[in-house]
Write a new protein. Structure first.
Length: 290
């Protein structure tokens, strides 16, 4: 968590203050009720004077944010205002990085839905460049913050898969190798990302490496989850072994259907063997740490 104003660092250091500010930020420009504050800060064991403690924390947060008392003549112009038996934090659209991130995610998804692959990938790439990992790792989190962070993380994960799919359709498999390796390294049971890594490796002339990634996925799913890859991954590995033309990168004049749409069974009359497994680019992906 980082709060700055005019170059000054205003981030509170006390855990409860950080947690309360985090909840206000996640509900920016919306009222957080007293009941929500109590549930978030103390879960199932609030102290007898929990409501009074919330009032005290808000007063202290206002001081930390260097808010002066509102003038009756000018109205309440403070960041944190009392509203409907709760509190509301005023934030402009461009002040909160989460707002900027979510705007780019929405714009990217809308562009992809409209078939604008390059624009959608660009917007999602800009959003993902803002992502630095799980939120509020330096603040306590209760049930409300954990639920909000889980929802944001799910949207992020889904948008990464969509961007990778769009970039693969645009023929950018070489550029994606290092990033896909890092993502699969952090989430080895993720079949969508693993399938995209397999396709990127195959398109880079690295059929043997694509097969190794597939076998590693099988091992992880079997040992950790007691299951096996879904049918789509088996169709993909069948096409890789057969060197099916549909796996080739698109040319400038053609458009490939989404990998997420599924890979149909190879047909013997169109399949052709893949010769060799040498990386035509001469480059090797970098395996990044988690």
């Amino acid at each position: 968590m980082s709060v700055t104003e005019n170059g000054g660092y205003l981030t509170p250091s006390a855990p409860k203050h950080r947690q309360m500010l985090a909840l206000l930020l996640m509900s920016a420009n919306r009222v957080v009720s007293m009941g929500q504050f109590v549930e978030e800060l103390w879960e199932y064991s609030p102290p007898p004077r929990a409501v009074a403690a919330v009032h005290t924390y808000v007063m202290q947060l206002r001081r930390m944010l260097k808010e002066s008392e509102a003038s009756p003549a000018s109205g309440d112009s403070r960041r944190i205002v009392t509203r409907d038996q709760g509190y509301l934090l005023h934030v402009r659209e461009d002040e909160l990085d989460l707002n900027v991130y979510e705007h780019r995610i929405r714009a990217g998804r809308a562009a992809l839905d409209a078939g604008k692959l390059d624009e959608g990938a660009r917007q999602l790439r800009a959003a993902h460049a803002m992502w630095s990992g799980p939120g509020f790792i330096d603040a306590p989190t209760g049930p409300l913050l954990r639920a909000a962070l889980a929802a944001i993380g799910q949207v992020h994960a889904e948008s990464v898969v969509r961007r990778m799919d769009a970039e693969l359709q645009l023929g950018r498999h070489h550029q994606l190798l290092a990033e896909l390796h890092a993502l699969v390294h952090r989430d080895p049971a993720n079949e969508e990302l693993t399938g995209q890594l397999m396709l990127a490796l195959y398109r880079s002339g690295r059929q043997a490496d694509a097969l190794a990634v597939f076998h590693r996925l099988c091992d992880v799913l079997r040992t950790e989850l007691g299951t096996s890859p879904r049918q789509r991954i088996h169709h993909l590995i069948t096409d890789i072994l057969a060197g099916h033309p549909r796996l080739e990168p698109p040319s400038a004049s053609e458009f490939r259907p989404s990998l997420d749409a599924g890979v149909p069974e190879p047909r013997p009359d169109t399949a052709r063997p893949r010769t060799g497994s040498t990386d035509r680019s001469g480059a090797h992906p970098v395996l990044l740490g988690a």
